[in-house]
Design a protein around this ligand. Structure first.
Ligand SMILES: CC(C)(COP(=O)(O)OP(=O)(O)OC[C@H]1O[C@@H](n2cnc3c(N)ncnc32)[C@H](O)[C@@H]1OP(=O)(O)O)[C@@H](O)C(=O)NCCC(=O)NCCS
Length: 178
């Protein structure tokens, strides 16, 4: 007998009006003036990191967009910052973003990448990463790195798929002593 209950492990069917593959989405390139558009998505990324099974969850939950923004702005002084946003159409709300930067010392970094849960697995993350890496090369980066939460195994696999390899590991004491 077939069950009438939806299977939560199956992705929701894509409504026919929505883009289906990465190339059908709208990519909008920006700079530090686009931080306001990033905020709601960054807050979802923060909540995602706070939901990971690791001892930094409480600390992450308390982090603010404003402090992350200031950190990125300070880091790119004398260098360059790039923000790319993605939506389903020019009028629609953004569903993904990628921030990358080149420091004054020409160190390139993919700083932040997030795809709304409903739109994962359609190649958007890969497309944003490819574009960010091409920009880092064209902006004169002499190295390319990404800092990933140790508990974020999926993202680590994604970056390894793009040729990134673990180089060093930062061990940190959680502020709340857990
Ligand atoms: C990680 C994340 C950005 C991936 O985005 P996505 O749009 O679902 O990924 P894509 O469909 O574009 O897949 C990208 C590529 O990585 C590969 N890939 C994706 N997940 C993978 C995995 N777990 N293992 C190996 N390869 C993987 C895909 O095969 C694809 O390769 P291709 O471009 O050669 O076809 C997305 O899941 C996300 O936003 N996660 C939550 C936030 C997060 O973890 N951000 C990173 C913080 S550093």
């Amino acid at each position: 007998m077939t069950s009438q209950m939806p299977n939560p492990s199956y992705p929701e069917p894509v409504p026919s009006s929505e883009p289906r593959v990465a190339s059908e989405f709208v990519y909008r390139l920006g700079d530090e003036t686009n931080f306001a558009a990033v905020q709601p998505l960054w807050e979802k990324l923060r909540n995602f990191h706070a939901s990971l099974p690791w001892c930094f969850a409480a600390e992450v939950r308390r982090s603010s967009f404003e402090s992350r923004k200031q950190e990125l702005l300070a880091k790119s002084v004398g260098g360059k910052l790039r923000i790319e946003l993605v939506s389903t159409s020019p009028e629609a709300a953004d569903i993904a973003y990628c921030i990358s930067s080149v420091s004054a010392a020409r160190a390139g970094e993919v700083d932040s990448l997030f795809i709304d849960e409903r739109f994962r697995g359609r190649g958007i993350g890969g497309e944003l990463l490819r574009r960010a890496l091409a920009w880092l090369d064209s902006a004169g980066a002499i190295s390319k790195s990404v800092s990933v939460a140790h508990a974020n195994k999926e993202a680590i696999a994604l970056y390894e798929h793009f040729g990134f390899r673990p180089r060093s590991m930062i061990l940190q004491q959680p502020l709340d002593g857990t």
